[in-house]
Design a protein around this ligand. Structure first.
Ligand code: ZN
Ligand code: ZN
Length: 411
């Protein structure tokens, strides 16, 4: 590992310049775990160097949050302060950029009743609806990144001391984010260019439906007529190129809300804000989840699916080759940001409106009419494995493999 300080500086610079692509005089909001103060300071310094006007940092203390979920009444958990939501709306209106450092302890909420946590989640989701629209429509630039925290690192590397496991996780994070490349900014440009050739090829094919086959998985998904494949970076509605997830290895689009038929088997655990859902399956009929099983975390899975009407349907279909750098690191991260980039995945809930032609300008009803699902939530789950084959049928009835045995199978 190269000098840690130097790597951290390069990582911060990459997030500011390529991730949110901060513009002169722009506001920036950083959401960081309290263990991430040093990293948040580095990001802040980098942002000012790049011309940011003002940087705000909001620290999240997950242990404190756990005390709140355990002790506050369900009624109190359902009250989300409007002044917090207004703060986010105001920043979004002023075209601020948003960085979220996602680093939750996968076992945090083991002993908290799922319904109490979900009451809080639903209240927050509702209050932050307006702000979330800015995000999913790419009306502002945003980026989700990560950093190790002690509890999370220990979960990934249980045989090592806390200090050592944090060090090992930093190393993985730097590696999958191409920080060890001579010029990480340039390496990212090449990477996003490569993803562009893939999604442009898929867009040119005009796919009607895709069929997933793998152990425990047999599913056909129809795609809306005007779907758009995306990947890597994208342009905000103000024309700023940004990368919303770091790392990102996926090419993704929107499935037709009523177009899923069959069963999916998850290939990795899903960490829902501190609860692990493991070994689960979902069965779909006319797009709707009609049956589901889980060996672990069933109650939480139920809460997620029962969030609202849209949480019974798919909102994202994403392709990641099995040999992606995140996957090759042979690590289960118990964190969606990493695990989704190691594996083909779907999301339950809201679609990305930018994946439908003119979708970002559509009203909810029109988006639904175009085939896009809407929900308060968007939760990824992984289905990729080395046996996965995805066969596509185009509108012209051409049949070809997108993936064969987990790897890209078309030019
Ligand atoms: Zn995705
Ligand atoms: Zn997703």
């Amino acid at each position: 590992m190269m000098n840690f300080d130097e790597s951290l500086r390069k990582y911060a610079e990459l997030i500011i310049k390529v991730g949110v692509n901060i513009q002169k005089d722009q506001l920036l909001m950083i959401k960081a775990p309290i263990e991430g103060a040093e990293f948040a300071r580095k990001l802040t310094k980098c942002a000012y160097d790049a011309g940011a006007r003002k940087v705000y940092v909001e620290y999240h203390d997950e242990e404190l949050a756990k005390i709140t979920y355990s002790h506050a009444s369900e009624e109190a958990l359902g009250e989300f302060p409007s002044w917090i939501a207004k703060g986010y709306d105001e920043l979004a209106e002023k075209n601020a950029a948003f960085i979220t450092i996602a680093a939750s302890n996968p076992d945090l909420l083991k002993d908290v009743p799922p319904n109490k946590f979900m009451t809080y989640q639903r209240a927050a989701g509702k209050a932050l609806e307006n702000y979330k629209r800015y995000i999913t429509n790419s009306d502002v630039t945003w980026c989700v990144v990560s950093m190790p925290t002690k509890d999370w690192s220990k979960k990934i590397f249980p045989d090592y001391s806390s200090e050592k496991s944090v060090e090992m996780l930093w190393d993985k994070i730097f590696e999958v984010n191409r920080i060890y490349a001579d010029d990480p900014v340039k390496a990212w440009k090449e990477h996003t260019d490569h993803l562009r050739t893939k999604y442009e090829a898929l867009n040119a094919k005009k796919i009607k439906s895709v069929k997933y086959t793998a152990p425990g998985t047999e599913l056909t998904v129809t795609l809306p007529e005007n779907h758009i494949w995306l990947g890597g970076g994208e342009y905000s509605s103000k024309g700023i190129y940004f990368v919303a997830n770091m790392p990102t290895e996926e090419v993704f689009t929107v499935p037709h809300k009523y177009g899923a038929e069959g069963t999916l088997t998850a290939t990795k655990p899903m960490n829902y804000g501190g609860t692990l859902i493991e070994d689960f399956t979902l069965t779909f009929k006319e797009g709707k989840i009609v049956d589901y099983t889980a060996k672990k975390g069933y109650d939480m899975l139920k809460e997620i699916i029962e969030t609202d009407e849209g949480s019974h349907y798919l909102g994202e279909i994403a392709i990641v080759p099995h040999s992606s750098p995140v996957s090759s690191s042979n690590t289960i991260f118990f964190n969606t940001l990493f695990d989704e980039n190691a594996s083909c995945h779907f999301a339950i809930g809201n679609c990305y409106p930018t994946c439908i032609k003119d979708g970002a300008k559509m009203k909810k009803e029109d988006l639904e009419k175009a085939g896009g699902n809407t929900s308060m939530i968007h939760e990824d789950f992984m289905v990729g494995c080395k046996e996965l084959t995805i066969e596509a049928t185009t509108v012209d009835e051409e049949v070809f493999n997108i993936l064969k045995d987990g790897e890209w199978a078309f030019e």
